[in-house]
Design a binder for this molecule. Structure first.
Ligand SMILES: Nc1ncnc2c1ncn2[C@@H]1O[C@H](COP(=O)(O)OP(=O)(O)OP(=O)(O)O)[C@@H](O)[C@H]1O
Length: 855
């Protein structure tokens, strides 16, 4: 990360802890903005990753990036979601600690994308085998499947997850994924029956209508037009969408196969999806307060065929309700409102349970049969804090969840800070922070928490309404500092809050909730008659979703609020047992536009993601901390005692450096393994000094290099010259050798010619030495150099000397060497030259020896 410190004016700092003005939200945002405009979407707050949705594809998720982040120290490379994934994965393997990565942010901020990138990284990094690949595929394919059933187009996000998701990935001791488990939270089931203007129902409905073959559609009695279905045509957004439902349908089919859904299960699944669509088209008529009657029975007939239940039972259950009073069961007709409520409740109930069934089924397919599960990595992709114009029960639940996560976050971050200082043996004053436990208690406390009061209203006999619930809230918690209602507040605030509203002062800001629907949604009532009808269907999935034992149970099912509270408690238990990492996602604008950074919207998210608080906690001690080795490696050139070579330990080296740089005692602390620097300016000054030093070093290195290069060139030239010389000598030698060889040859021929002379003539001419040919030969063999005979090399001078000495012995003055006449003239000259004899050619072409050099 230090690599980029000197670019900080241009691209901002890569870690917010290095912001000098760390308490100023504007400075925070300015840094985020600078980086966003450079396509640097990731920034750290210590080990927390802040990610801004770029709304366009960035080439930073390819294989090359995966490789570069693999097994690299967390701060070594620029911030990236892969760095978080890698650190988490390595910590899990190395320290054998279960991990979890918590991804939060508002809708459209990029949570799901971040979790997919983490999965992509884990899948690419972990070891491979056939079994692992099956699990890896299922883990990856669970995404499109759950997205089809749990995601929808909203005005904020074309692919918005309408449920919270926690996924545990199980690894074996080698670090290979061998299984997984998904927990789903609070599906926004109200979307099944109603969508806001411009929004859509869950993707799967449109995918089925668009993608299924005409045969399948006719089996499901569906038409290829979402406009025909009441549950799909309320948002009027079908024609506006750019989503490719057909392609996504194919992806879902593939995912179902990969996740081991049998053909029959797939048939049953889509029969239920179709049944929900038909259910929406069931209409009723009825006078005010009078019994409601179904005006079109065809959809009911189709539903009973699709789900395999009795038509009559279903018709009855949609129009009546059985009331048990003092042991008697009475059928009471439903009013129009009640019938519409029952129809929608059935649609929501069926879809919600179907979704949970799918998650269970996916979990079955991810279930690790092997018992060698070694460690876990959890991924939490959960809705962020939500504030709308009208906030209802769903927003209340979501914001409650965020309060819990914030509490956990503060606790764990503070705890880990504290632990680090303790580990390093450094004294630290714990920071004062806002503990939102008070808000969590206000919501979940017993007996006077909001959920408890709501439950009480839902369960008490008599006419409980949303209004009575608000009254009760006002009397029980009206004085709480984080609760405001119309009745309890002062005149000024009263103008901003309706009589049917209450306001909560969340850690992230004030949110006003409208109480309409709180009781209904908390009760989550599905009339018993409808449950009974569903439990008797032949459709296996439906009957599994509505088990008979639920009907037999005398215990009233928990309310939605209590169920959610329990599931959050379980989630907190899971998270607290693991080492957490955080990804905080931010949406830069409301229009899904690339390159647009809306400061107002971003500031709002900085606030409710608690980022300033997070930074404050992180900066409460020291802004910067690094292992001695890392700091020493980078800055050792700043101290003459450590540069270029230092024999001591890195910690001692760092001590030399900080002393040489005149760090004041309050600027830093030396831990057991790390150097802690309190203020960013100290680090920046060190980094700037390093940048300057780098230039000096660069000049020295340049000079050295130039010298080295020139010397290399010189040595090369010298070497070449030597080689050329050698070659030349060798060449000359070769030439010489050739010449000698030639001479030897000529002499041989000369001798050969000599040998062919007639013996008498030879003797006569020689005058005083009578040699026979044989004698001569023997003499020659004895006296002539061996090389003359076997052509082996002897130095030319010796050859010449010996040969000419020999010949001189043999020759007399004016000896006519007529027997060499067959030799070419040039050779004759050569021979004579070699022999050092003066000669001239006579007219007969005989060689006349002018004189013979005395022997
Ligand atoms: N890192 C990224 N690179 C490119 N585009 C991104 C990135 N993150 C998010 N996006 C874009 O933003 C859209 C919304 O992101 P995503 O679905 O992850 O948001 P979310 O926070 O999960 O929202 P919700 O809570 O509604 O599900 C994506 O469909 C994608 O187009």
């Amino acid at each position: 990360m230090e690599e980029e410190l000197h670019h900080r004016d241009h691209t901002g700092v890569q870690d917010f802890v290095l912001l000098e003005d760390f308490t100023n939200p504007d400075a925070f945002m300015e840094n985020l903005k600078k980086r966003f405009h450079e396509d640097l979407i990731y920034t750290y707050i210590g080990s927390v990753l802040v990610s801004v949705n770029p709304y366009h594809e960035l080439d930073i998720y390819n294989e090359k990036f995966i490789d570069s982040y693999r097994n690299v120290n967390f701060y070594e490379l620029p911030p990236h979601v892969f760095a978080i994934a890698d650190a988490s994965y390595r910590s899990m393997r190395g320290e054998n600690r279960d991990q979890c990565i918590l991804i939060s942010g508002e809708s459209g901020a990029g949570k799901t994308e971040a979790s997919k990138k983490i999965l992509q990284y884990i899948a690419a990094t972990s070891t491979h085998s056939k079994n692992v690949e099956v699990i890896r595929d299922r883990l990856l394919q669970s995404n499109p499947l759950l997205e089809a059933f749990g995601n929808a187009k909203t005005n904020r996000n074309d692919n918005s997850s309408r449920f919270g998701k926690y996924m545990d990935i199980q690894f074996d001791y080698k670090g290979a994924p061998i299984g997984g488990h998904i927990i789903n939270y609070l599906l926004e089931k109200s979307r099944v029956v109603h969508q806001a203007e411009g929004e859509r129902n869950f993707h799967i409905f449109y995918q089925l209508l668009e993608g299924a073959t005409p045969v399948v559609l006719s089996q499901l009695k569906l038409e290829n037009s979402s406009e025909k279905y009441y549950y799909l045509n309320q948002g009027h957004s079908n024609s506006l969408t750019s989503i490719d439902d057909r392609a996504n349908w194919r992806a879902v089919q593939h995912a179902l196969d990969v996740c081991n859904f049998s053909n029959q299960e797939q048939k049953d699944l889509f029969a239920i999806v179709a049944a929900v669509l038909h259910l929406g088209n069931v209409t009723f008529s009825g006078e005010d307060g009078g019994p409601a009657t179904i005006t079109n029975v065809e959809p009911v007939v189709v539903i009973s065929q699709l789900l395999g239940c009795e038509e009559e039972t279903l018709l009855l259950a949609l129009q009546h309700r059985t009331i048990e009073a003092k042991g008697d069961r009475v059928m009471s007709p439903l009013t129009l409102d009640q019938a519409l409520y029952a129809r929608d409740a059935l649609a929501k109930g069926v879809y919600d349970r179907l979704f949970t069934w799918i998650v269970t089924k996916v979990n079955d397919s991810l279930n690790s049969r092997k018992k060698q599960k070694h460690s876990l990595m959890g991924l939490l992709d959960i809705y962020g804090f939500e504030i709308f114009q009208v906030n209802c029960f769903e927003q209340f639940s979501i914001n409650y969840c965020n309060e819990k996560l914030q509490q956990l976050f503060i606790e764990l971050t503070l705890k880990s800070e504290q632990e680090e200082y303790q580990r390093e043996g450094i004294e630290w004053e714990p920071v004062q922070y806002f503990n939102n436990k008070i808000i969590c208690d206000l919501i979940e406390g017993k007996p006077s928490g909001i959920i408890a009061v709501l439950d009480e209203e839902c369960l008490r006999p008599g006419d409980a309404t949303d209004e009575t619930f608000l009254e009760k809230l006002t009397t029980t918690i009206g004085k709480h500092p984080h609760f405001v209602s119309h009745a309890t507040t002062d005149n000024t605030t009263r103008k901003t809050i309706g009589r049917d509203e209450f306001r909560m002062k969340h850690y992230a800001g004030d949110v006003t909730y409208n109480i309409k629907g709180f009781l209904d949604k908390n009760n989550d009532l599905l009339f018993r008659d409808l449950k009974e009808a569903m439990s008797k269907t032949k459709n296996i999935i439906t009957s599994q979703c509505f088990p008979v034992k639920e009907l037999d149970s005398k215990k009233r099912p928990d309310t939605a609020g209590t169920q959610f509270k329990a599931s959050l408690t379980r989630l907190m238990e899971i998270l607290v047992s693991k080492e957490p990492s955080y990804v905080r996602c931010i949406k830069p604008n409301d229009f899904k536009r690339a390159g647009q950074f809306d400061e107002r919207i971003v500031m709002h998210q900085i606030k409710y993601l608690g980022l300033m608080e997070n930074l404050r906690v992180r900066r409460a001690g020291f802004a910067y901390r690094r292992p001695y080795e890392v700091f020493f490696k980078r800055y050792k050139s700043l101290c003459p005692l450590t540069w270029p070579c230092y024999q001591g330990l890195p910690k001692e080296g760092v001590k030399e450096i900080v002393t040489h740089l005149h760090y004041k005692p309050e600027d830093f602390k030396m831990g057991k393994t790390k150097l802690f620097i309190r203020f960013p300016r100290v680090l920046f000054a060190t980094e700037d000094a390093f940048q300057l030093r780098k230039h000096e070093l660069a000049a020295a290195i340049q000079a050295k290099f130039k010298c080295y290069r020139q010397r290399k060139i010189y040595l090369k030239m010298r070497g070449s010259a030597i080689i050329v010389q050698c070659y030349w000598r060798r060449y000359a030698a070769i030439k010489l050798r050739e010449r000698r060889k030639k001479a030897v040859e000529v002499i041989r021929r000369f001798i050969k010619g000599f040998m062919h002379r007639n013996e008498p003539e030879f003797a006569e001419n020689r005058g005083f030495i009578k040699y026979t040919k044989m004698n001569f030969l023997m003499r020659l063999c004895k006296e002539a150099p061996k090389s003359v005979l076997d052509k082996s090399w002897i130095p030319a001078p010796r050859l010449l000397e010996e040969t000419s000495a020999l010949l001189r012995k043999l020759c007399t003055r004016n000896l006519v060497l007529k027997y060499v006449k067959n030799i070419k003239p040039s050779q004759k000259i050569q021979v004579m030259n070699i022999l050092g004899l003066n000669f001239k050619e006579n007219s007969d072409n005989y060689l006349i020896m002018k004189e013979v050099i005395p022997a």
